[in-house]
Write a protein that binds this ligand. Sequence first.
Ligand code: GTP
Ligand code: MG
Length: 336
Amino acid sequence: MGEKPGKASWRRWDSLLILVLLPLLPRVSCTHTPALHPPLLPTGQSGLGKSTMVDTLFKSKLSGRSSSGGRQQPIPKTVCIHSISHVIEEKGVKLKLTVTDTPGFGDQINNDRCWEPILSFINQQYEGYLREEILINRQRHIPDSRVHTCVYFVPPTGHWLRPLDLEFLQRLCRVVNVVPVIARADSLTLDEREDFRRQIQRDLQAHGVSVYPQKNLDEDADDRLLNDKIRAKIPFAVVGADREYEVNGKMVLGRKTNWGIIEVENMAHCEFPLLRDLLIRSHLQDLKDITHNIHYENYRVQRLNQSHLLAHGPEWATLSPVQPQPGPDEEDGDNL
Ligand SMILES: Nc1nc2c(ncn2[C@@H]2O[C@H](COP(=O)(O)OP(=O)(O)OP(=O)(O)O)[C@@H](O)[C@H]2O)c(=O)[nH]1
Ligand SMILES: [Mg+2]
């Protein structure tokens, strides 16, 4: 995607700083310690393959990927929000990619407010950035752990979006870029995937859920043309790999099913390549720009408005305590 005057004004030195500092950080932590790279955040019901997808994403791009097809360890159930970073190779350039894996919801009988840990994690990252930004003597390069994309896993029911998914998505879209995917798509035929995709698109539109790429943020006719093609394919129908298999003498990432091996990087089998390219190749900068210029800006304006009546402290402003988040029906435009 070309440079956009509105969104792409945010160009800083973070990438360099990240490349220098990330090797010094522990690879996996089970606290809310922010990663330095704005991370991707998979979320959705438990057991839909979020951790498997993270693993597949890394394996498909891992620098020096092994060509042995050894059976991999089973992926354990995710019990806390934690970040994973690896060096990946993109067009010959090595860079550090961080994904923040999250526990799934849906294990409880009552899933009321199951979105809260995710929204609170996203807002914590904005808050941390804001607190650094308002200092009189702020760092030239503020460490940035703001989530730039949330990948929402929709269960492959083949029917429609459940009220819980809709409510979760409505809340998420107000604070972060959301890319929904049809999880475990190998359980649907190609026709079923296409029908389900159309139904999800109708549901999202009917309930005013604006997923990435947001229509109202298209900048010109070219942008709209490109984004319309992506919008027609969202949610992508994805499959997570369980290991590497030998197919026609080549090792490929795949999943063995009763019908044969699904090659996750083969577009005839699933749309994992579309998801990967959108997230870490074609739209990475656009996702970061929208995060900074739209989502973070909303957060910042609201927090400073809440705080402007407080006495100014030794820093430029004293931030008020963070308020609880309103639901989608309350106060349109707020993201706290
Ligand atoms: N059929 C199929 N199974 C999958 C797919 N992706 C993952 N699985 C399997 O589903 C099970 C759960 O996968 P996880 O990746 O742990 O799911 P999760 O969403 O991270 O689950 P939580 O950590 O509990 O939230 C594992 O046995 C995976 O091998 C897929 O695309 N198709
Ligand atoms: Mg998991």
